[in-house]
Design a protein around this ligand. Structure first.
Ligand code: NI
Length: 278
């Protein structure tokens, strides 16, 4: 199946540009939405790749349920695969990968050669009741480094308020990383939560299929339950300047507490890394 999908990879090139106001808007709000970042045929093909990976093809590590302990997974809820390109390297040859990298560099004011990146797939089952709590992506990352990065979030199904699109807090990227806590106080639960947030400031950000929502790694965001009868698949490419090691790490104890517990369940899957976001 994987080989067959690889052989059918669409080849049509597509190179969108950012509108003139994009960088200004991104700098001000911490997010920006582009209507289209890849071709329709690549979206179709990515859906097949996505479903194959989530069905277990290729052996990618699937976190089936980010809202409960890693040893008490309940199956099909909000699930994720980190770095799917390790299982399916052709993902690094897609228009989405190429375009998201180039446009991320422009929004961050970086050279292409400075960019480091990885993929992340987040799948919301139909008729689910669970949300992804408020967080800054950098809150998930190793605090031994300094970052300048953003996520490029592309839905493969309509991302509406009803299906659980993201909501963001404008300007929240301008401060530092706020305190995050373990869900239910339990570091064995994948998602962490920031309570230092005012949800009345939130702006819902629906995105069309094949469009892209860019958000800074410090932009506070949340996504609601998928109340529709259809799966809501999103594929994210995370781009950043190669992280700079700090002599004195940031004080974010939740990261180390979480790594310790998760490593004990899956030592080969959770190397201390900068690679985990939700
Ligand atoms: Ni996130």
């Amino acid at each position: 199946m994987i080989d067959e999908l690889m052989a059918r990879m669409p080849t049509r090139r597509y190179a969108p540009r950012l509108p003139r106001h994009a960088k200004e808007e991104f700098d001000e709000n911490g997010f920006f939405t582009l209507k289209c970042i890849t071709t329709d045929e690549e979206v179709e093909w990515l859906r097949e790749v996505y479903d194959a990976l989530f069905s277990g093809e290729g052996g990618a590590f699937i976190m089936h349920d980010v809202n409960v302990r890693v040893d008490q997974q309940r199956g099909d809820r909000v699930s994720q695969i980190i770095r799917p390109e390790n299982t399916f390297p052709a993902l690094e040859k897609t228009q989405f990968w190429r375009n998201s990298r180039r446009l991320a560099a422009q929004l961050l004011g970086l050279e292409l050669k400075e960019m480091d990146g990885w993929g992340h797939m987040v799948r919301k089952a139909p008729r689910d009741t669970e949300e992804v709590p408020w967080h800054q992506d950098e809150g998930y990352w190793d605090p031994s480094f300094d970052y300048l990065g953003l996520g490029v979030w592309m839905p493969l199904d309509p991302a509406t308020v009803e299906s659980g699109c993201m909501s963001m807090i404008p300007g929240s990227h301008k401060g530092g990383v706020r305190e995050h806590k373990h869900t239910n106080g339990d570091p064995a639960i994948t998602v962490i939560v920031c309570e230092d947030v005012d949800p009345s400031q939130a702006v819902p950000r629906p995105v069309e299929i094949g469009g892209a929502s860019f958000h800074h790694c410090r932009t506070m965001h949340w996504s609601g339950p998928n109340r529709t009868d259809h799966v809501r698949r999103a594929y994210v490419n995370e781009w950043q300047k190669v992280p700079v090691p700090l002599t004195q790490p940031h004080d974010r104890p939740w990261f180390w507490e979480r790594m310790e517990v998760i490593k004990s369940f899956a030592p080969d899957r959770f190397k201390p890394a900068v690679a985990e976001v939700v």
